[in-house]
Design a binder for this molecule. Structure first.
Ligand SMILES: [Zn+2]
Length: 247
């Protein structure tokens, strides 16, 4: 499978990146995982306006889902007619939340076919998908995608937790958030530091660590990388929009 980063900025878009969005492709099927603010632009630049065959939203914080609201216009009002409904796997509140954000007192369920996430394993296209609740203030799912013996784990937003380690166990690639800076007085049960991302990578024995969701302006890539490298001996990179990884 192939991972393409569309957006990697944590919490709000940065000058060089939209918020979280990742396109994962296998057998010609493209799953968009998260659809954060600004990433609809990257979708067109790096994949195509109608590239996604399905969408998975890990949670309903704006920096992970807001462009799914704008995407309603793209599907519903296409010049060549409305596009078929698109499967969206998301927390149960997604239909109401997206409809409220869109406005017009209407529903977005003519555009999206929603499937409520719950912990477990299920197929999406060619992928075997496992999701589990992670440690974040709203209903949030970490994700493991498997295809033909290869595996990608995506932390979504989380503080350290056992579910994250289970999802990441022996993953070929671990795409992990590192929002916080080590050494700061960080609120609990919200996010990971670089060191905590590295510790999770080591405990789960992953093949490669990709750091994401660093917060623009407030963060420090060098500090985060150094902290992660102190806790994980394998390959570490900070991802950027447009970067692709064959897994
Ligand atoms: Zn969040």
């Amino acid at each position: 499978m192939r991972l393409t980063v569309l957006g990697s900025a944590g919490s709000f878009p940065g000058p060089e990146s939209p918020c979280s969005a990742y396109l994962v492709e296998a057998d010609g099927f493209r799953l968009l995982v998260d659809f954060g603010s600004g990433s609809l632009s990257s979708l067109q630049r790096y994949a195509g306006l109608h590239a996604p065959d399905a969408i998975l939203l890990t949670h309903l914080h704006c920096d992970h889902m807001f462009d799914a609201v704008l995407y309603v216009v793209v599907r519903r009002y296409a010049p060549d007619g409305p596009y078929p409904t698109l499967p969206v796997y998301a927390p149960a509140g997604a239909p109401d939340r997206l409809s409220a954000a869109y406005g017009d007192d209407g529903s977005v369920e003519d555009v999206y076919q929603f499937y409520a996430l719950q912990p477990g394993t299920f197929p999406i296209g060619p992928f075997t998908v496992t999701v589990d609740r992670v440690n974040h203030p709203v209903e949030t799912y970490g994700v493991r995608l498997e295809h033909e013996g290869r595996s990608l784990c995506y932390s979504s937003d989380t503080a350290p937790c056992e579910a994250l380690l289970r999802l990441a166990q022996d993953a070929d690639v671990f795409l992990c958030e590192a929002s916080y800076l080590d050494g700061m007085d960080n609120p609990p049960d919200l996010h990971l530091t670089g060191r905590e991302a590295g510790e999770a990578a080591t405990k789960a024995a992953v093949g490669r660590l990709l750091l994401t969701h660093l917060v623009p302006a407030w963060g420090s890539e060098a500090h985060t990388l150094e902290s992660a490298a102190g806790a994980y001996a394998g390959s570490i990179d900070v991802v950027r929009p447009g970067a692709s990884y064959d897994i």
